[in-house]
Design a protein around this ligand. Structure first.
Ligand code: SAM
Length: 280
């Protein structure tokens, strides 16, 4: 089941459903390299205390664990921590604490933090600005906040190549239906490009943003994220009037190796709290 937050908004995806494994694995393959670059020193270094919020499959919590080493600590939280208890047969790494926690209830205990990272989380929340403020307030002096989101308001079709007879309108229709479904669950699809301004407004320094986008070629195994999302949200999209047959046709088209489309636009923004000497 998708999970209800304390404001009544529900996270759109079923994090315990059969497709969730494919979703987390695909996100990690798409994004971990970019995230690792964004967390390079001085953002993440040995001995830090870190909070990985909405940790999902936990790949970034594991990265943090390796870098902070035995003198550091990583707290990895999520509404559903079951994906992290299956880490290669290891329940917990020595310097990682895994906790069920709803970020809408405020910061987890264990701060202040030298680094707080949240990827593809705030976009799904009804109050991303307020949550960002709470995360910023949970930083230690000089600590980093890294917020990474998909931005989904670009009106241009991401299509790059269509196989002969491919239905361009169907592709755009299904992507719009996925976006509608996320919005219906409270996601703010333009939030990714507002993070930078919001960090500045919270008084963070050295704020910078980068955008990552890549081509996704037709994947016969069904592991393209558009394919996975269409399966995850199929019952809701059918209820909203999109026939199952059309979704099957969509998946048939995007599994053709001659198909290609741009990924969702990934915006990574980071900023740091003022150090003691910089505080007014
Ligand atoms: C799209 S997944 C991203 C997972 C991971 N951050 C990644 O990028 O690979 C979003 C995650 O946020 C979690 N989540 C959603 N709402 C949350 C909330 N209110 N508090 C904590 N975690 C939440 C979900 O359970 C899910 O694991």
């Amino acid at each position: 089941m998708s999970q209800t937050t304390n404001t009544g908004a529900r996270y759109a995806f079923d994090s315990s459903g059969p497709e969730s494994f494919a979703q987390y694995a695909r996100l990690e393959r798409h994004l971990d390299q970019t995230t690792a670059t964004r967390l390079a020193p001085p953002v993440l270094t040995a001995g830090m205390t870190c909070w990985e919020v909405g940790a999902g499959g936990g790949s970034i919590a594991r990265l943090m664990s390796r870098i902070v080493g035995p003198s550091g600590l990583v707290i990895a939280t999520d509404l559903d921590t079951s994906h992290m208890t299956r880490w290669d047969g290891v329940t917990e790494l020595n310097n990682v604490t895994v906790m069920r926690h709803n970020v809408l209830n405020g910061p987890v205990k264990g701060g202040p933090f030298d680094l707080i990272h949240a990827r593809l989380l705030l976009v799904h929340l009804p109050t991303p600005t307020e949550v960002l403020r709470e995360l910023a307030n949970a930083l230690a002096p000089g600590g980093w906040l890294v917020i990474e989101e998909y931005e989904m308001t670009d009106p241009r079709s991401p299509l790059l190549a269509v196989p002969p007879g491919g239905d361009v309108a169907l592709f755009d229709e299904v992507l719009a239906a996925i976006a509608d479904e996320l919005t219906r669950h409270g996601a703010d699809l333009g939030w990714g490009r507002r993070v930078h301004q919001t960090m500045l407004a919270e008084g963070l320094l050295d704020v910078d943003s980068i955008v990552h986008r890549e081509s996704w070629s037709g994947d016969p195994t069904g592991n393209m994220l558009y394919d996975i999302n269409s399966r995850q949200l199929q019952p809701q999209m059918e209820a909203a009037g999109l026939p199952a047959k059309r979704l099957d046709e969509f998946r048939c088209m995007i599994r053709d190796p001659r198909f290609a489309a741009l990924s969702y636009e990934f915006v990574s923004t980071r900023g740091r709290a003022p150090r003691k000497a910089e505080q007014s």
